[in-house]
Design a protein around this ligand. Structure first.
Ligand code: GDG
Length: 496
């Protein structure tokens, strides 16, 4: 989105036919020397996917600008999209964002990798903040507008909005996994959240498995649909696009669509010049094989496991320190939450130990950075890497795996991918590993190395198949597929 935060919205009473509501606005706040604050764009996959629809309809994006206690006026981007900031104070941030969203829902939805905290005060704040988002959207939405609510932080918004504005067409998409019913049922507020979601006309997940989990849960908790058993799930059969849909009865008698819509990426258009890549390779000591990891520093991502696998391969001599490096970008994330601090400490201890054991001065075997890199440089690292390591214990999709594949259209390189990343459902030609089994990660890393060294044709065939899958199923297809289905579910489009 070509955001330029220099002109304010036409009038506060303006309403919009298409609204995206997400925890974060697609911007960062920039504070100038004179204390003045403006917004600068922070592009991402979701922004790229939704920008064309938002621009076409002069739509509006409602969200938090990323800093507490900052009150900003709405802004209109150069593309004509209104960004409507929601203010969060310290109590909101701690209870809604760090607390209920990221210390309760996040671990629960990622299969209890760490223990979720169930705190009634956090739940209260989560409800209040969801209510604030919903009321803001209710004011901004034109009659019969389409509203697309994003992700686990805002699961009560569809239900509240439905009560405030029954005329709206409401879609909801969950970007993280949806767990098995027995895990979900631990949540003291499971029924309220489920009813919140059922306020939508269409509830989207990444995967068929998430959708089935949700259908079981909805039948068990609401008691609706229980007379007929699970509703029929229509399987569409193509990995990567609207894989399955079903219709269920909400407690208020409405029909609600539920379906799998695997998210994807915007395919990069330009190639970085190759001499830049050689410079980067030289900086890393000109190794034969560069392994790459790119993750938010999150305990779900399995960063420590991949470091331990790398260490054991060096220890046994399966890999030689002269031949290989591991480049790990770990962007800071949720740093005030205890489990995130512990995860960082363990990762950094392992990096230090491995370099101490196998590196030499000026020649580390692990190159580690705990800060984000600019988008263009990240793309160059993707292109430079020989083997991408994506080893999460659980991941809704994992866009990094798809970004790496898209950076290798010629079929060079290899991808080691966890079976527990959503992307594994589509990227079946990757070297799939079980991140809970260190030997499995090691085997797949060695398979990837061996194939690149000895059977390059086979390696290329795999990567070309992956590349084809990602290119044919980009993020625009994802957004259109969801919005088309929302239109089918909720009747004629007001966007038409
Ligand atoms: C959630 C779900 C689901 C990372 N480091 C840098 C950087 N990144 C960018 C990557 C990628 C994005 O961040 C991370 O996306 P992922 O999908 O890998 O993971 P989550 O952040 O956990 O996202 C996930 C996703 O939502 C979408 O639905 O796939 O399962 O957990 O785009 O490129 N970008 C830049 N510098 C970095 O250092 N510029």
């Amino acid at each position: 989105m070509d955001t330029r935060a220099d002109h304010s919205a036409d009038s506060p009473a303006e309403t919009f036919p298409f609204i995206v509501v997400a925890n974060r606005l697609p911007v960062d706040i920039v504070t100038h020397p004179d204390g003045q604050q403006t917004l600068s764009p922070s592009p991402g996959g979701l922004v790229t996917a939704l920008s064309p629809v938002l621009q076409e309809h002069h739509g509006c994006w409602v969200g938090w600008p990323g800093e507490i206690d900052v009150e900003l006026e709405p802004f209109v981007t150069e593309g004509g999209v209104t960004l409507h900031p929601i203010t969060l104070d310290k109590t909101d941030y701690e209870g809604f964002y760090e607390g209920f969203s990221n210390a309760t829902l996040w671990p629960l939805y990622h299969d209890l990798i760490v223990q979720p905290v169930f705190d009634p005060e956090w739940w209260e704040v989560y409800r209040e903040v969801n209510d604030r988002f919903a009321r803001q959207v209710a004011e901004l939405a034109a009659p019969k507008a389409t509203v697309w609510v994003q992700d686990y932080q805002l699961q009560l918004v569809p239900g509240i909005l439905r009560l405030l504005r029954p005329d709206l067409r409401i879609g909801f998409f969950l970007h993280i996994p949806f767990p098995a019913p027995d895990i979900y049922r631990q949540l003291p507020w499971r029924e309220e959240i489920l009813r919140g979601l059922l306020g939508a006309d269409l509830i989207g997940f990444h995967l068929l498995g998430n959708t089935v989990n949700f259908l079981h849960l909805a039948a068990a908790i609401t008691g609706e649909n229980s007379h007929t058993g699970l509703p029929a799930l229509e399987i569409h059969g193509e990995a990567g696009i609207r894989e399955a849909t079903a219709t269920i009865d909400a407690p208020d008698g409405r029909k609600v669509g539920v379906g799998a819509f695997p998210i994807s990426i915007a395919i990069p258009e330009e190639d970085a010049p190759t001499d830049d890549l050689q410079t980067l390779r030289t900086q890393l000591g000109d190794p034969e094989i560069i392994f790459l990891g790119v993750d938010r520093l999150d305990y779900t991502k399995g960063i420590l496991q991949r470091l331990l696998a790398f260490e054991e391969l060096l220890e046994t001599g399966a890999l030689e320190p002269e031949d290989v490096v591991l480049l790990q970008i770990a962007t800071p994330s949720r740093e005030r939450i205890e489990q995130y601090r512990t995860a960082r400490t363990r990762v950094e201890e392992a990096v230090g130990r491995i370099n101490g054991r196998f590196g030499r001065i000026g020649h580390p075997v692990v190159h580690y950075q705990h800060s984000s890199v600019p988008h263009d440089l990240l793309n160059q690292y993707y292109r430079l890497a020989d083997i991408m390591l994506v080893t999460p214990y659980k991941d809704g999709m994992n866009l990094v795996a798809k970004e790496f594949v898209a950076a290798h259209p010629e079929g060079d390189g290899a991808l080691v991918l966890s079976e527990f990343a959503g992307a594994a459902d589509e990227l079946t030609q990757a070297h799939l590993c079980n991140p809970y089994d260190l030997d499995s990660i090691k085997r797949r890393m060695i398979d990837a190395v061996t194939e690149l060294r000895l059977y390059p044709d086979r390696a290329q065939t795999r990567m070309l198949a992956l590349s084809e899958q990602v290119r044919q199923h980009d993020v625009h297809l994802w957004a259109n597929s969801f919005l088309d289905c929302l239109e089918d579910t909720a009747g004629r489009s007001t966007l038409a």
